[in-house]
Design a protein around this ligand. Structure first.
Ligand SMILES: Nc1ncnc2c1ncn2[C@@H]1O[C@H](COP(=O)(O)OP(=O)(O)OP(=O)(O)O)[C@@H](O)[C@H]1O
Ligand SMILES: [Mg+2]
Length: 303
């Protein structure tokens, strides 16, 4: 895939530092990636869990946080019934380690809360409890993927600004492009997020993926001060739906299919993205940002 000059340079730099990180014993450094998109049904959950499993196949320990309070997407897609979820952790009835369910290739899943209370509206005590729950986690993992809900709720904004990398899944429909634009706009103007990694989903060819990326970039370049990078082009793939009907993931059921290959490509890229350098890892930082009441005034989530 040919990328614009400035993107290729960025990627080379990322790859180099990513490789340096991979040579280090990787324990407390956790990479946190939010998967958003604005619009519903664009493929956020499919991207989250297929990429998670692809990363697990490459030896990464991956945890998927289902941050969709409405529909508990991840468990439904994987056919998993979770007895407990994040609300039990918040009420003190369970620890995070206890609620993690295991999915394909050993990926961990933190099931969504089924309650209606948004995380940004937690009490001070619950804030502290959530930070503690994450920092006391015994389960070791390298990458946390946060599958967010559709829309531009506080929840979606909090998770996106708290994460190190923000993936925006977009497909070639006017509403998907406008919703992605609206999300990017509010994240950049009000939450200090300026870098976005775009996944062009359900496209018919690589070229169509690049054209979709160009359409989105055209409007963001014109009106916003943000940097977009096309990180994956996932073809429209009937196998994905077939796999869903079997309650399997396409990367497991049809590993040679075009979409599975694209998810693996994305996983390979993620492996090259640098992990945070802060002592003590990134997770506490992630949760602290997650529960901040006010949008960040300065600085950015991705740095
Ligand atoms: N590349 C693809 N090719 C074909 N079908 C796809 C592709 N990606 C996703 N789908 C299908 O589109 C539907 C929506 O996908 P998914 O649930 O991943 O989207 P979502 O953005 O998480 O939706 P929601 O906003 O409801 O959480 C599913 O039926 C899924 O199988
Ligand atoms: Mg979903």
């Amino acid at each position: 895939m040919t990328l614009p000059m400035h993107l290729s340079k960025d990627m080379t730099r990322d790859q180099a530092s990513g490789l340096r990180m991979m040579n280090q014993p990787n324990n407390d450094k956790v990479k946190v990636i939010a998967v958003s998109g604005g619009k519903g049904g664009v493929g956020k959950t499919s991207v989250s869990i297929n990429t998670a499993v692809a990363l697990a196949e490459k030896g990464k320990r991956v945890l998927v946080l289902d941050a969709d309070l409405g529909l508990a997407n991840v468990d439904v897609m994987l056919g998993i019934r979770a007895e407990k979820n994040l609300s039990h952790v918040l009420s003190g009835d369970a620890e995070l380690d206890d609620i993690i369910v295991r999915g394909p290739k050993g990926i961990g899943i933190v099931p969504a809360t089924s309650g209606t209370q948004a995380m940004v509206e937690l009490t001070q005590a619950q804030h502290a409890g959530l930070i503690r729950a994450f920092s006391e986690m015994r389960t070791q993992f390298d990458i946390l993927i946060v599958d967010t809900a559709a829309g531009i709720s506080d929840m979606v904004l909090s998770f996106s600004r708290a994460s190190q990398d923000v993936l925006i899944v977009v497909c070639d429909e006017p509403t998907s492009i406008t919703d992605a634009y609206a999300l990017i706009k509010i994240l950049s103007r009000e939450h200090g997020v300026f870098h976005f990694k775009i996944v062009a989903n359900m496209v018919r060819s690589l070229r169509e993926g690049m054209e979709l990326f160009a359409k989105l970039s055209k409007v963001t370049d014109r009106f916003l001060d943000v940097a977009l990078e096309l990180v994956a082009t996932v073809p429209f793939d009937e196998n994905l739906r077939k796999a869903v009907r079997k309650q399997k993931l396409v990367v497991e059921a049809f590993p040679k299919s075009p979409s599975a290959i694209a998810y693996h490509g994305l996983a390979n890229k993620i492996m090259t993205w640098p992990v945070p350098q802060q002592p003590g890892g990134h997770l506490e930082f992630f949760v602290e940002r997650l529960v901040q009441r006010k949008p960040v005034e300065e600085g950015r989530a991705s740095e």
